[in-house]
Design a binder for this molecule. Structure first.
Ligand SMILES: *Cc1c(COP(=O)(O)O)cnc(C)c1O
Length: 402
């Protein structure tokens, strides 16, 4: 492998994000390939026994086994770290592998976590069900309320965990306030940045310690692979996350890492166009329904905060129909262009009913606590012509009696 400028932080750290997204992290083999090579290998061989011994002793940082290192995966990790403004990053097999790793690698029995009550169903499940089994207690709060964060801190609070915007309520967290509060108390913030991505919001610029991703969403962006990533300081990634990851194995497959590398090249273009399209669609829906939650609509209760910490509103919004589940399902069933799908971040427009899909598993009480109603629908706006998406929604709203 030849190191290229893509691997040299003294050069890449000066590049602007669009350049980092295309070239950051690149290594080249002796073939000089322009597109990143896919190293579909589990193991490595060595010229002599001393070489492998030096690698296992940590004296030589060459490859030893793909649970520990893989060149394609390392290219992805370096690229995400650059885009995020982080010292280091490790990739995982899925967003949930990333969240689980980011939490379990640093928490122990007796610790306490404060988490946003509005969250992706499985993220909420980790806090409510998995962590307590290991003696880690949790408090879930209204994360848009700055005073609630302060009030929830206990002497044993180790982590703040939240999404902004949250899936699917689109609630925002005041990144600067919450990250600074955590700093003052020696608490580590773990921000799930799946909806905005580094292209629209860099939590570390506001003082976040750890940023965790479902790279399945906007980073791949074309609905192909599951992927995840955790970025943070070298101390956190190498000291806490790496020992956990290397010994438990939530690793991403090299092929999936390669697909996400390709996705990152167009992330900025896609998310900006999808945000423009989504704003147009949100304005249309607002002309027809009383409740649409989209960060860049002035009617969003945290519009000013969205303007402060996000560069655009992203591809996702939620809306409420007055007739509950029956009417929400009727609207979905009438769609002709937009797919009924519980994925997001895709270049296709997709819509789902969270209460009967992504948030079915958390149960009715937790849904009520989060504000996920029976009439709520979540819409991901893709790269189609937004007027075609609007035409489709128009006819589906009419068919559902709206
Ligand atoms: C989808 C999603 C996840 C989980 O990611 P997977 O790649 O599906 O495991 C976590 N957090 C948020 C906010 C998500 O949207």
């Amino acid at each position: 492998m030849k190191r290229t400028t893509g691997q040299d932080r003294s050069i890449t750290a000066r590049w602007r994000p669009a350049t980092q997204a295309v070239r950051g992290g690149t290594w080249r083999s002796e073939m000089g390939e322009t597109s990143e090579a896919l190293f579909l290998t589990s193991g490595y061989s060595y010229d002599d026994a001393a070489t492998v011994a030096a690698r296992f002793a940590g004296e030589d940082n060459g490859m030893t086994y793909s649970r520990l290192q893989n060149p394609t995966v390392q290219m992805l990790e370096e690229r995400i770290a650059l885009l995020e403004g982080a010292e280091a990053c490790r990739a995982q097999a899925s967003g949930m592998a990333a969240m689980t790793t980011a939490l379990l690698c640093q928490l122990s029995a007796g610790d306490h976590i404060v988490a946003a009550k509005a969250a992706f169903g499985s993220c909420r499940w980790l806090v409510d069900n998995l962590l307590p089994r290991f003696g880690i207690s949790g408090t879930t709060i209204d994360a848009g309320d700055n005073a609630a964060w302060e009030a929830a801190i206990r002497p044993n609070t180790k982590v703040f965990f939240f999404e902004s915007p949250a899936n699917p309520t689109m609630d925002l967290v005041d990144l600067e306030f919450v990250c600074m509060l955590a700093r003052q108390h020696g608490i580590t913030t773990v921000v799930d940045n799946a909806f905005a991505t580094s292209a629209l919001q860099r939590p570390m610029d506001f003082g976040a310690d750890v940023v965790a991703y479902s790279a399945t969403k906007m980073m791949d962006g074309q609905g192909r692979v599951l992927a995840g990533a955790v970025a943070g300081s070298a101390e956190f990634i190498d000291g806490k996350l790496l020992p956990f990851q290397r010994n438990t194995g939530p690793n991403i497959a090299p092929f999936n890492a390669w697909v996400v590398l390709k996705g990152l090249e167009t992330l900025d273009l896609r998310i900006r166009r999808q945000s423009e399209n989504a704003l147009k669609v949100a304005q249309f829906i607002e002309s027809r329904l009383p409740t649409v939650r989209y960060p860049f609509l002035p009617s969003h209760p945290q519009f000013a905060l969205a303007q402060k910490q996000m560069q655009a509103g992203g591809s996702i919004m939620s809306l409420d129909v007055p007739g509950g589940r029956a009417q929400a399902h009727a609207l979905l069933d009438a769609l002709e262009l937009v797919d009924i799908s519980n994925n997001i971040g895709d270049s296709r427009s997709l819509m789902c009913h969270p209460a009967s899909t992504t948030h079915h598993g958390v149960g009715p009480e937790t849904r009520a606590d989060m504000g996920v109603g029976e009439g709520m629908l979540r819409l991901n706006v893709g790269l189609e012509d937004p007027d075609d998406v609007i035409d489709d929604l128009d006819q589906a709203l009419k068919a559902a009696g709206l």
